[in-house]
Design a binder for this molecule. Structure first.
Ligand code: SF4
Length: 436
């Protein structure tokens, strides 16, 4: 028998959209060190299998995509960059013509594309172009075969997970309207690996929640419907604009913790079960096997992580749910939990579960955060790629936060892998220490 940590099945609900525990939040407004929203294309192009992402950008954007996604480019990638050179306003008409002709060539060569995203970037010559107007013009030309949408992946004042938010928000106005009076649907919002999506589908079916859709859908031609009878659960904490757009279509958000770890997944499922009036005993019976599996799998990393101090730099917007998971299921001590943006309305259930003495910060001031981090001497730092190498050189173990967005980490069956992602850097440092 493993010595699994005791994680109580939470008492039915009370989750709401404002934290019940008041907290001081450190607001930082300084130098930032984050990737831009183009990064989201790496996982979105794998999820929406008939979509193409055409970045309208500079050579820098093309290099970023190429190097970030290089290993995943096979024969026919589903993203590319239309490079805009510097031009004055007088040249904009030509730029629009060029864009139309690139799109024409692309769609002729790739009949498999059913949805085309024009993805804006931050160079000034791109900002001058009105991509939403270009998308409307191109949609009018290519519908019904291809729908053309646009969103911004710009790195100005954003962080990398906002690319997915902007992409999904651009999809919302295109979702078909749900028939009034139809049985309420549950919409799961946020890009999940197919395997995780299938696991959740099975769990909702066992619970008796029949109509469950996912946004984004795997195929852009099977978009979910939305309307006043739709309720939605967020699978990711960085989807504020998408949530707002859904609410404008009449859908209602179910406040919940996020499905990371045994506890988070249970609470997330429970929010849906409570809404649909599922019998609590039936709920317990359905979730118990997955929850027990998760608890056992997490226990493998507990010995390495328990009692260790962890510091989160603001990067992915997953920081608060992950800190809650590490504190409550692995007995880690979060000394500082930084997040680029704090959507209190979506994170209230998580904030109530964080240890009261964990310092919460919103926004970035990298020098001040580095100073606090060095003073705290944490055992593990979760941060972006740019900070990881220098911190490793100073003898501090790090975990790249972007890896937590790329990897399947949601749900009961990924909980053990999620814990292991944090345990591995500490185990590696131990091995190096013994090796020297
Ligand atoms: S969108 Fe902006 S931040 Fe991102 S790669 Fe292009 S130029 Fe750089």
């Amino acid at each position: 028998m493993s010595s699994a940590p005791v994680v109580q099945l939470p008492a039915p609900t009370g989750l709401c959209a404002t934290p019940s525990i008041p907290r001081d939040i450190l607001r930082e407004r300084g130098q930032r060190e984050v990737f831009c929203g183009l990064t989201g294309i790496i996982w979105l192009h794998r999820k929406i299998q008939d979509a193409f992402f055409l970045v309208v950008g500079s050579r820098t954007c093309a290099h970023l995509l190429q190097s970030a996604a290089g290993v995943m480019v096979f024969a026919e990638p589903r993203f590319g960059t239309a490079i805009m050179e510097e031009r004055d306003l007088a040249g904009l008409a030509d730029a629009n013509e060029e864009l139309d002709s690139i799109v024409e060539q692309l769609l002729q060569r790739r009949p498999d594309i059913k949805m085309l995203f024009l993805v804006g970037s931050c160079p000034s010559e791109v900002i001058k172009l009105d991509l939403s107007r270009a998308a409307t013009r191109l949609s009018a030309k290519h519908l019904p075969r291809v729908r053309v949408l646009s969103y911004s992946g710009s790195g100005i004042e954003t962080t990398f997970t906002q690319g997915e938010d902007a992409c999904l928000a651009s999809l919302v106005p295109t979702l078909p309207a749900a028939k009034p009076g139809a049985a309420g649907d549950l919409l799961i919002v946020g890009s999940l690996p197919d395997i995780v999506e299938d696991q959740f589908k099975r769990l909702f079916a066992q619970l008796g929640i029949g109509r469950v859709d996912f946004l984004p859908a795997r195929q852009s031609v099977t978009l979910p419907t939305v309307g006043p009878d739709t309720v939605f659960l967020l699978a990711q904490p960085f989807l504020a604009d998408t949530a707002r757009a859904l609410e404008q279509r009449g859908a209602r958000h179910l406040p919940a913790a996020f499905p990371f770890g045994a506890e988070g997944t249970t609470l997330w499922l429970q929010a849906a079960a409570d809404h649909f009036g599922i019998d609590p005993q039936h709920f317990r019976a359905v979730v118990a096997p997955g929850r027990e599996r998760a608890i056992r799998a997490i226990a493998r990393s507990r010995e390495t992580l328990a009692g260790k101090r962890v510091f989160f730099f603001p990067d992915s917007q997953l920081e608060i749910p992950l800190a809650r998971f590490l504190a409550r299921e692995l007995a880690m001590i979060p000394v500082e939990v930084g997040t680029p943006y704090l959507h209190v309305q979506h994170l209230a259930p998580e904030m109530d579960l964080l240890p009261a003495d964990a310092r919460l910060s919103e926004g970035q001031d990298v020098d001040r955060q580095l100073a606090r981090c060095r003073a705290e001497k944490p055992d593990l730092v979760v941060c972006g790629l740019g900070l990881a190498n220098p911190l490793e050189a100073e003898g501090i173990s790090t975990k790249w936060s972007i890896e937590l967005v790329f990897s399947p980490v949601h749900g009961f069956d990924q909980a053990g892998d999620l814990a292991e992602l944090f345990a591995r850097p500490l185990m590696r440092r131990e091995l190096l220490r013994f090796g020297t």
